[in-house]
Design a protein around this ligand. Structure first.
Ligand code: AMP
Ligand code: MG
Length: 411
């Protein structure tokens, strides 16, 4: 999946720190804000070929994606490292979309930018007999990412309010009740340290037709085609309605939906990469600080070395430490510029709808307390956002940039 070995990606990251200028303007508005569903969202009037927040077209997007890949890769490595040192957080990227929407491409192209050992991937198809004998969230819980990992769900529990509704696998009271169950389930997850990023890749009917045509005729794509895809396509309007309802009913402050126009694959990948990068930036990740004492361990190592080997590592020690510190500092500076890129504040956004409260015995049995809606999580997110826009922080980052330049000059 990954295009680079972890060693190479590390080297590339280091290089990117030296030439951190990004091509063009980059995002003019953060996809976090432009793509987030609002209460008046109407899928019927959605432009599937639009590229919200990105004005520069495909070639610039591809260049930009490469530089973002380096940032994402280091953030993910820090995250993975933090997980090894007790950080309990994880990321869950939920990818939904109809056939041909590009869900597989997200796994390949976005998560392909980072080290595969930090990824856990789960695809959800028609439930097996065992899965079907449990509550619909049973198989979802089993597939959740462990601390320090980025989990990707290719389809998810949302199929239980999409395909199960349209294909009438369950009756209306059953799927309706699931919206509330999902909202409470996701709330519990976020309270337990899972950051949920939900993306829906929405293709137009015409574009899906083109992509299916390719799958039918191209020898290298036939494997992706399933004759049932046409049956699903015949129910286009019903699926659109089901998606529309999902967006309105299950977009919460703690797990909002991002609706990604997906007729341009390059845009969908760019947007999802940005969402993931920003989520990791929000974690304020630093390299973990182990408990052992550097000098003690260094001495122990030297006792295992010849005199000339000891001389060699000693000579390099200062250089290595200095270079690493500079690399970390310029990486942090680069991240600070991404951090401050959003131009709209959260308060300008329409508030997400409240999940409905339903108290269902099966849910409780399934291990969830019916929690309803609280604002604690929201407040902390808003606070973080405010902190990010804190001019003091800006000053600090500018100062550290200046210091960095000075240091380089001194060198
Ligand atoms: P694919 O993603 O193309 O491999 O197809 C997986 C298929 O499994 C799709 O047709 C989904 O609609 C179907 N599927 C996934 N989850 C469920 C579910 N909970 N109930 C019924 N069908 C499902
Ligand atoms: Mg399929």
């Amino acid at each position: 999946m990954a295009k680079k070995s972890s060693k190479n990606h590390k080297d590339a990251t280091r290089e990117s720190k030296v030439t951190s200028t990004q091509p063009g303007k980059g995002w003019v508005q953060s996809p976090n804000e432009t793509l987030r569903v609002s209460t008046d969202f109407d899928l019927a009037n959605f432009d599937h070929a639009s590229t919200p927040g990105w004005d520069e077209g495909k070639v610039a997007a591809e260049e930009f994606l490469e530089s973002r890949g380096n940032v994402l890769s280091e953030l993910q490595e820090r995250f993975f490292a933090a997980g090894k040192f007790g950080d309990q957080r994880s990321v869950l990227l939920v990818v939904q979309g109809l056939d041909t929407a590009g869900k597989g491409g997200i796994a390949r192209h976005v998560l392909g930018l980072v080290d595969p050992q930090g990824i856990s991937l789960a695809s959800f198809g028609v439930p097996t007999k065992e899965e079907a004998s449990h509550h619909f969230l049973w198989r979802i819980r089993r597939a959740l990412p462990k601390p320090g990992k980025i989990g990707l769900f290719d389809r998810s529990h949302y199929e239980d309010v999409l395909v199960q509704r349209v294909e009438k696998i369950v009756d209306e009271p059953t799927w309706r009740k699931r919206y509330g169950e999902i909202n409470r389930f996701e709330k519990k997850l976020t309270e337990n340290g899972v950051t949920i990023i939900k993306v829906a890749l929405m293709v137009s009917h015409e574009e899906q037709g083109r992509r299916l045509a390719e799958r039918i005729v191209r020898p290298d794509k036939k494997w992706k085609y399933n004759p049932n895809d046409i049956d699903t396509r015949l129910k286009w309007d019903e699926y659109q309605q089901a998606y529309q309802d999902v967006f309105i009913e299950t977009s919460t402050q703690w797990a909002p939906w991002h609706i990604i126009p997906a007729d341009h694959k390059w845009y969908a990948r760019l947007a999802v990469t940005e969402l993931l990068t920003q989520a990791l930036i929000d974690f304020d990740l630093e390299w973990p600080k182990p408990r052992w004492v550097e000098d003690v361990q260094y001495r122990r190592l030297q006792e295992t070395m010849t005199e000339s080997e000891t001389l060699e590592v000693n000579e390099l020690r200062d250089v290595v430490v200095k270079e690493a510190a500079q690399a970390i500092e310029s990486f942090d500076d680069e991240v600070a510029t991404i951090d401050s890129s959003p131009t709209t504040s959260l308060t300008e956004l329409t508030e997400s709808p409240k999940p409905k409260e339903t108290h269902d015995p099966q849910e409780v049995q399934d291990g969830e307390a019916p929690t309803g809606r609280t604002t604690g999580q929201d407040a902390s997110k808003d606070e973080k956002k405010a902190k990010k826009k804190d001019p003091k922080k800006d000053k600090k980052s500018k100062k550290s940039k200046k210091d960095g330049k000075k240091k380089k000059k001194d060198k």
